[in-house]
Design a protein around this ligand. Structure first.
Ligand SMILES: Nc1nc2c(ncn2[C@@H]2O[C@H](COP(=O)(O)OP(=O)(O)OP(=O)(O)O)[C@@H](O)[C@H]2O)c(=O)[nH]1
Length: 209
């Protein structure tokens, strides 16, 4: 039985898979040459999307959101603060194509600003996070958006995320405030919860579609 292969946009020739002549024809669109061994070279990954995950304020749930996306679980309690920049790789299937998401996790602290700037230029997507129970985290967003516009590629996808959506009773920022700010900067917006997992997958994969 031949493997089912999905051809992505940027083919990365990483391994050879032996297949029958019919599958070779179906996958490559060409016939085997006489004497040619029936192997095709599938892409392991269709494309790589680089995300940069931001928090605008301490404790908005950036690490929890990443853990929920990566491991599908919520681990209560604060993680040790992100130092400098780290990254997580996750391969997801989008429209039958495998896409590698490389998620760079930045420390929001001032002293790491210069490190972070270097990554802006390379990113396809920037996820900007605030905590719906924290007015100050929301108030920081404008400054971050201004800075991002200065350093990021002009075609970068910026997404605004209001995290801790499960904490409705302690909400300090109405959903429509988030929506309005997002409209003002022409960026997509959604509320997420690292605890319940709501919209977490969507937030990370939306850019890959
Ligand atoms: N209820 C609820 N709590 C959350 C959610 N996301 C994170 N938390 C909690 O908020 C606190 C901070 O979460 P972290 O993931 O450490 O936040 P961070 O932005 O990485 O924090 P620092 O790097 O320390 O600034 C922890 O107690 C988490 O358990 C969420 O969606 N819902």
């Amino acid at each position: 039985m031949c493997p089912v292969l999905t051809w992505g946009k940027e083919v990365k020739r990483v391994c050879h898979v032996p297949v029958c002549a019919d599958c070779f024809r179906a996958s490559s669109g060409s016939e085997l040459e006489t004497g040619e061994s029936p192997t095709i070279v599938p892409p392991l990954i269709g494309k790589t999307i680089k995300h940069l995950l931001f928090k605008t304020h301490s404790g908005v749930g950036k690490t929890s959101l990443l853990v929920q996306f990566d491991q599908g679980k919520f681990i209560p309690g604060s993680f040790s603060a992100t130092v400098g920049i780290g990254f997580t790789n996750k391969v997801v299937t989008v429209d039958n194509a495998k896409v590698k998401l490389q998620i760079w996790d930045t420390a929001g602290q001032e002293r790491f600003r210069s490190v972070t700037h270097a990554y802006y230029r390379d990113a396809h997507a920037l996820l900007l996070l605030y905590d719906i129970t924290s007015r100050s985290s929301f108030d920081n967003i404008r400054a971050w958006l201004t800075e991002i516009h200065e350093y990021a590629q002009s075609d970068v996808v910026i997404m605004l995320l209001g995290n801790k959506a499960d904490m409705n009773s302690e909400r300090a920022i109405r959903r429509d405030e988030g929506e309005r700010l997002a409209r003002e900067y022409s960026v997509p917006f959604m509320e997420t919860s690292a605890k319940t997992g709501v919209n977490v997958e969507l937030a990370f994969t939306a850019v890959a579609k």
